[in-house]
Design a protein around this ligand. Structure first.
Ligand code: FBP
Length: 260
């Protein structure tokens, strides 16, 4: 058990966090082919699916849309972010204070760090302040732990992803969100490195139902605590179908074949 296991954003120590901060991180091009999803209401509606344990959004979306959903959706307040228009050294400034997130109804706090960049010291310091404020409010903290920077040649190598997960433990996160290191063995190593911290995976760019669910099945078998997924859910024509299948794989232990 960790602090996260006892919060509304997990179910039996597992979670399916629907991430929808892409309008900031990737811009409107992320909505090509699914233009109706430019209306955040469509994604808040998706988050009412039983499988979804929390919706991760930025302040603007939360303030405008969350009041209509607070009875049905747990809010993970994504408190920093950056646009893809920015081309300097990777850095994600704070966009939302913990106090303001609490007023909006946050059930958890999310924060990105980019270990390995020249701005790592600032980001660690900013994470410290946010983590301590979250502790004051008894809120779990999810770290988007994304190593970047010139020294890192392979962002998804087993060593880099295990290090990313470990940084979550070292800096006091309850959840470390990492990219899939391409093999279950490498992910199992990252889960070991994270100790009591729950390791959840980002979904990455959209793939076929089978490819995506097979990755999730392998990740769960390797000890992952679930997913914090965006495009592989809300970019789909029929998100409900994939959410039904994810519910089976993450919470009921089904295989990808069985879930489909
Ligand atoms: P996906 O499942 O769509 O990959 O989303 C996960 C996520 O961490 C989002 O929260 C964020 O917007 C995005 O990936 C950032 O991805 P990157 O920094 O690789 O562009």
């Amino acid at each position: 058990m960790n602090a996260f296991d006892e919060t509304p954003i997990s179910r039996n120590g597992k979670s399916l966090i629907l991430a929808h901060d892409h309008g900031l991180e990737h811009g409107p091009s992320a909505f090509e082919g699914v233009e109706d999803r430019l209306d955040p209401e469509t994604v808040f509606e998706m988050a009412t699916h039983d499988a979804v344990t929390a919706l991760a959004v930025q302040k603007g979306l939360a303030e405008t849309y969350y009041p209509s959903y607070e009875d049905d959706v747990s809010l993970l307040a994504k408190c920093n972010g950056t646009s893809s228009l920015w081309e300097g050294e990777p850095y994600s400034p704070q966009t939302w204070s913990v106090e303001s997130a609490v007023e909006t109804g946050a059930d958890a706090i999310g924060y990105t760090v980019y270990p390995g960049t020249n701005r790592e010291p600032e980001m660690f310091e900013e994470f410290r302040a946010v983590q301590e404020r979250a502790r004051d409010h008894d809120l779990p903290v999810a770290m988007w732990s994304y190593p970047r920077g010139q020294a890192i040649k392979e962002h998804r190598s087993p060593e880099v992803i295990a290090y990313a997960a470990r940084i979550g433990l070292e800096l006091g996160a309850d959840i470390a969100k990492v990219k899939y290191p391409r093999s279950p063995e490498a992910l199992a190593h990252a889960v070991d490195a994270a100790g009591d911290v729950r390791v959840v995976l980002s979904g990455g760019s959209k793939t076929s139902d089978y490819e995506f669910l097979s990755m999730v099945e392998a990740a769960m078998d390797a000890g992952a605590g679930g997913l914090a997924v965006g495009r592989n859910v809300w970019q789909r024509e029929n998100p409900e179908r994939i959410l039904d299948a994810l519910e089976r794989v993450i919470f009921e232990g089904a295989s990808a074949d069985g879930a489909l």
